[in-house]
Write a protein that binds this ligand. Structure first.
Ligand code: 5CA
Ligand code: ZN
Length: 420
């Protein structure tokens, strides 16, 4: 699928330490490159949207976070392969389409287009591979066929609706050196069970070998879209297999970082990793990075609750997208936080102050500022601390008459994606 137009990312002289990122799987901060190969190619997979509603601040915070990772790697002189999916067929999308009387394909296409516009406005570098679930069905069928052949997948007898042919993943049999249940999330069984039911799983389905086994292939049902799955029968893919297969088809195995919001740790990233490892015996990614949840008025911002602040709405109201981006950057990506009007107002104020101060920037102060920003970003993408460094610089007496302005402008763009 077409992504969006790539922004020019300025190249800035100087060097930065290797980026370290908190790995959910190990519970520690880890370098994203070997010490002796600081500029080794990097690869990133970030779980994309389910396009049934517009981009809210939670989505934006997540994609801007991984954009910071992308930019930090580019600044380290690394080539970056980046894949993002679009879950363009799944229960919530079909339910919304049915409820609103819109064709699910039109709903998805409209929302993906709005997402592209939001991402472009926020100066997010697009993925090279932007792949829809529907587009990946031909890739995914042979994966599931192989899993069935190796008995790490199995057919479940018809449930209440009498439909035969649903295929599930055998979590216990699939355990191998590269994955076992809990490898990614580290959660105990009780926590897994809770999240599985809350986040699209069906622990109650009869005939499964383990209540936590996830769906790989859903046999065709009346009124639901379906595709030819060869020996699987007609149907549509489960959710986790979509991301494993798209990642395996477009990135190295393992790739460097698997990313998404913390709501995806379990079951989604757990089983995406499990499916891939079951097929080729390799880990999905070397590191799993997760963003905290953004909320509004005391609740997680979510399409199902409807408590949303939309990027497109703020843009339509004339808010500078760079102020939106600065507001997102003002909170650490790993914390859960709440969007407020005050955060946006403060970001607008900061941008205005910086735009004013830059005219007097000298070269030495510019170089010193970039060094500070690089150090903070290399330490688990500490964007709030990087913005504080910019604030501190802006409070100092100007040392020049603009010789350093271009360097600061380029640096803030290259490293933070902020255009002054
Ligand atoms: N299509 C799947 C991933 S394969 C999905 O989760 N789609 S989504 O539209 O629900 O979310 C898109 C991305 O935004 C995911 O990475 C998700 O973890 C993240 N996200 C969703 N809600 C929030 C939130 N309130 N705060 C931060 N990130 C969020
Ligand atoms: Zn995903």
């Amino acid at each position: 699928m077409l992504a969006w137009t790539a922004p020019e990312v300025p190249h800035v002289l100087g060097s930065a330490p290797i980026l370290e990122v908190f790995n959910t799987s190990s519970g520690r901060k880890e370098p994203t490159a070997p010490a002796d190969k600081a500029n080794a190619p990097a690869s990133l997979y970030v779980c994309g949207i389910t396009p049934y509603d517009a981009t809210h601040m939670g989505h934006a915070a997540t994609y801007v976070t991984f954009d910071l990772m992308h930019r930090t790697w580019l600044d380290n002189g690394r080539t970056v392969s980046y894949t993002q999916n679009i879950t363009d067929v799944d229960d919530p999308l079909l339910e919304r389409a049915n409820a609103t009387g819109v064709d699910w394909r039109d709903l998805a296409a409209d929302q993906v287009q709005l997402f592209r516009e939001d991402m472009q406005a926020l100066n997010v570098i697009p993925p090279q591979n932007y792949v829809g679930a529907v587009e990946s069905i031909d890739w995914l069928v042979p994966f599931i066929e192989q899993m069935l052949a190796e008995d790490v997948a199995y057919r479940v007898p018809a449930g209440d609706d009498g439909v035969e042919g649903d295929i599930y993943f055998d979590s216990a049999k699939a355990a191998n050196g590269a994955w076992e249940l809990g490898r990614v999330s580290g959660y105990d069984r009780k926590t897994m069970t809770e999240f599985f039911a809350e986040r699209g799983g069906d622990p109650w389905r009869e005939g499964k070998r383990d209540a936590l086994d996830p769906l790989l292939w859903r046999a065709a049902r009346e009124g639901e879209p379906s595709w030819d799955g060869r020996s699987l029968g007609t149907g549509r893919p489960g959710w986790h297999i979509e991301c494993s297969v798209i990642a395996r088809k477009t990135l190295p195995a393992p790739f460097t970082v698997q990313g998404g919001g913390s709501d995806l740790i379990f079951p989604h990233h757990e089983f995406s990793a499990g499916h891939a490892a079951a097929v080729d015996g390799k880990e999905l990614a070397t590191l799993y990075a997760h963003t905290g949840m953004v909320g509004l008025d005391g609740e997680k911002m979510s399409k199902s609750l409807g408590n949303l602040v939309l990027v497109s709405k703020l843009r339509a109201d004339g808010v500078d997208p760079m102020a939106i981006r600065a507001a997102l950057l003002s909170q650490h990506y790993r914390s859960d936080w709440f969007w407020t009007d005050e955060l946006l107002a403060r970001a607008q104020q900061r941008i205005a102050t910086w735009r004013e101060r830059i005219h007097g920037a000298g070269l030495a102060e510019a170089t010193a500022l970039l060094t500070r920003i690089r150090a903070r970003m290399a330490d688990d993408l500490n964007a709030p601390a990087a913005l504080e460094a910019v604030d501190q610089w802006a409070q100092t007496e100007a040392e020049g008459s603009g010789e350093g302005a271009e360097l600061i402008r380029n640096g803030l763009d290259a490293l933070l994606g902020l255009k002054l």
